[in-house]
Design a protein around this ligand. Sequence first.
Ligand SMILES: [Zn+2]
Length: 483
Amino acid sequence: MPLDTIGALGAFYTPMTDAFRPAPSVDAAPEPARASPPGTVAPHQRRRARRYFTLSFICCLFLALWLLTDYVLPDPNKAGLSARPAPAPTLIMTNWQDIAPMHRRSRTATLKKSDSLAALLAREGIEPVAADAALDALQKVFDPRGLKPGQKLRIFTEWPQDADPDTQAGRFAGFDLIPRPRQRIILRRTGHLTFDIVDQNRPLTDRFFVADALITSSVYEAARGSGMAPSLVIDMIRLFSFNIDFQRDIREGDQLEVLYSRRFDGSNQLAEEGDILYAALTNRGNRYTYWRLEHEDGSVAFYDETGKSVQRLLMKTPVDGARLSSRFGMRRHPILGYTRLHRGLDFAAPTGTPIYAAGNGTVELVSRSREYGRFVKLQHTNGYETLYAHLSRFARGLKTNATVRQGQIIGFVGMSGLATGPHLHYEVLHYGKPVNPRKLALPPGRELDEAGINALNAAIANAQKRVRSLAARANTLTSLPLR
Ligand SMILES: [Zn+2]
């Protein structure tokens, strides 16, 4: 409480003395003219006059301050208090944090490409000693080197309650950030150069949504139009691409229905996208329905109602958003000029489009040749190999004998080697013989045992219940068909 008084008085006195400072110069300016008409006043008289003036000025100053503090701005809590503590500016500065509560303001800063947290704090004008102390404290709990460009940081500034944040400079009070959807790191200033770190768990709640759309142009647009996030749409397309040829099979009027989740934090803000729980595509009268099942080892796979895995040994199209530009079979080579077997499929796609490993396996070759340019060859089970050619570049760290997972990015579309435009040349070999990737009758990626079938039935019942309750609520759903 005494500090509170000091704080109040400090904040009050500082501007007041400033306001008084011009006064002596205004009053003192005419003084030499009055005290020394040339040749008429003796030096000792001048000195005495100056002393009188200084004394009376100081008396006036004290009187004015006393009047102001007691009458003009009386403190209701301290009425009748006879002894006032003298203002002590240095004490106020070092004990800011003890005068609670403080004014706090925050602003958001974003980590840039090849940026460090230290560089960001410097750019935000945080004084180097405070920034260093903050980062030292942070590193005991959290390694900021793992932060990615685009990471947001909320930086706090604080002022004593009596200060005016609009005119007075505040003090760096710390920051907070959400490095992962379920984690918040709070760094709070507690003293001169001391900081507290709180590593907070953010509990997230799953909420469920149904995307229900009639396909008019593309599956992607239909799904985006019904509110699904791009990352989930890509997952969904990959899911269907094992059995449906998006270039040839999709027709206007086909229908899409997806049950998916999103995760929200305690203040109802979207923290991250969740999962697809069930996806159905009605394609030219055939309905393809896949259900998500999480296995006991934590892995996730999609199955149809009979328990057949959707994922196959190999993907048919190992690149997103591509257009099939050349089929498997005999054709005239566009550069070599003569007719020969086209051993694979060509997918036209912009340079830099990611290319996925079509299946789980190991890297057999990361190489280049005159014809294929940069190419990757993967070895899979059951005698299968896949080859990806004309790449603009390989995925970082891709090396011979490395293990790859289905859907992992192995390189990017380009036009290296003999190519007339950017495209992926994709080959599938079965015991060394080129086969048409479109005609593959591949074994399913996984078979369910009896316990697996039971778990799948439970997952199906659960998802159906959610869809029904969402439809019954009829909140944002306008076109969900009644079943
Ligand atoms: Zn080709």
